[in-house]
Design a protein around this ligand. Structure first.
Ligand code: NDP
Length: 338
């Protein structure tokens, strides 16, 4: 059973060599009396939070740390090979928490979702039809409380979550601008995802001036994925009663000392509401979300871009690549194609 294990705790920026591909053994059968399921892993999801789990002094107490020597645990799409659980049977396709390995024995499968719609690519359940999709949906519709015609700004806009938030905002009739780290991503935002405008934040030495250029009247909604300097510049450009949905702050995850944000008083001046959210609190709404998103995908109204890395061996580089902006769209690792 080929596995990706955590070699040692990640300190500072993650490196490929923090992880290692090894081979272990696994019985391809659920042990007698167990209520677990044995799965063959098909697609693994590269998510920024995984690196937080790999740090010794975690910045969040909401996750359970990974321990060096054990295989990485993350979200993925898998096929059930054997089951001791009444809700799952051999042949079922599922998505949820699994291991970065060829086969996994999932001892408590309660958090697995059964996949019922297979007319869309299975890998989509790591992204648009999985956790990142629900994140975009809950974050935009519930936390941002959007209204038609509002001015919306999204950072890390071409990524798994950002590309969807931008398209939801367009469906709502908002004016939408995204920032991303390369020209290719900026083109994607404008030409594929239908953003009104997009810019490369790495080419802007003055983020405040860049935001004033795209939002002369200010920002009603900021969907925050990056934190740091971008958040500081956004605070200077919020409109009265603006909302900031804090989804994540990827620029801060690997810093020993988080960057200071200096423009917080604008929260008072502009009566801004800043609200964080955790996608797992919205899992009970998953089936409602699927009913919403599937027709949009089938009718081609929502576009979706994935970045596919082939084979478990490519997992460490793909995961670390998120922090260098190497992924164009949702980063997926293919372990097997059924
Ligand atoms: P993405 O697919 O957007 O990949 C990460 C992207 O972040 C990179 O491609 C890169 O894009 C950008 N990035 C990396 N480092 C930096 C940096 N130092 N400064 C600015 N941008 C950077 O990831 P996801 O869509 O999966 O996640 C987006 C955010 O949402 C993350 O902050 C994540 O932690 C958060 N999240 C939160 C959840 C919740 O429950 N609240 C659930 C899921 C995700 P670029 O080239 O544009 O810089």
């Amino acid at each position: 059973n080929k596995q990706v294990i955590l070699k040692d705790y990640v300190s500072g920026f993650p490196k490929e060599t923090d992880m290692q591909v090894t081979t272990g053994t696994i019985k391809l059968k659920v042990p007698e009396g167990s209520t677990g399921v044995l799965v063959k892993n098909l697609y693994l999801s590269c998510d920024p939070y995984l690196i937080i789990l790999m740090k010794k002094a975690q910045t969040s107490r909401y996750f359970i740390s990974l321990t060096p020597g054990s295989s990485i645990t993350g979200l993925g799409v898998a096929k059930v090979l054997d089951s001791g659980h009444s809700e799952f049977k051999k042949g079922d396709l599922v998505w949820g928490t699994t291991g970065w390995e060829e086969y996994s024995l999932i001892k408590t499968p309660d958090s697995l979702f059964k996949i019922h719609h297979t007319d869309v690519p299975l890998s989509y359940y790591t992204g648009i039809l999985g956790m990142p999709g629900l994140t975009a949906y809950a974050g935009f519709y519930e936390i941002c409380t959007p209204k038609k015609g509002e001015y919306v700004f999204i950072s890390a806009a071409s990524g798994a979550v950002g590309q969807l938030v931008g398209q939801f905002a367009k469906l709502m009739g908002c004016y939408v601008v995204g920032s991303a780290g390369t020209k290719e991503k900026v083109d994607l935002l404008k030409n594929k995802f239908g953003f009104d405008e997009a810019f490369n934040y790495k080419e802007e030495h003055d983020l405040d001036a860049a935001l004033k250029r795209y939002f002369p009247e200010g920002i009603d909604i900021y969907f925050e994925n990056v934190g740091g300097k971008m958040l500081d510049a956004v605070l200077l450009n919020m409109r009265l009663h603006g909302r900031i949905a804090v989804c994540g702050m990827i620029s801060q995850y690997n810093l020993d000392q988080p960057e200071g944000v200096t423009n917080l008083l604008n929260i008072v001046y502009k009566c801004v509401r800043i609200e964080g959210f955790r996608v797992f609190d919205y899992y009970p709404k998953y089936s409602k979300f699927l009913d919403f998103i599937l027709p949009h995908i089938r009718e081609g109204e929502i576009k979706y871009v994935e970045d596919i890395a082939e084979g478990l061996e490519s997992g460490p580089a793909a995961l670390v690549g998120l922090f260098r902006g190497q992924n164009v769209g949702k980063q997926v690792v293919v372990v097997a194609k059924e």
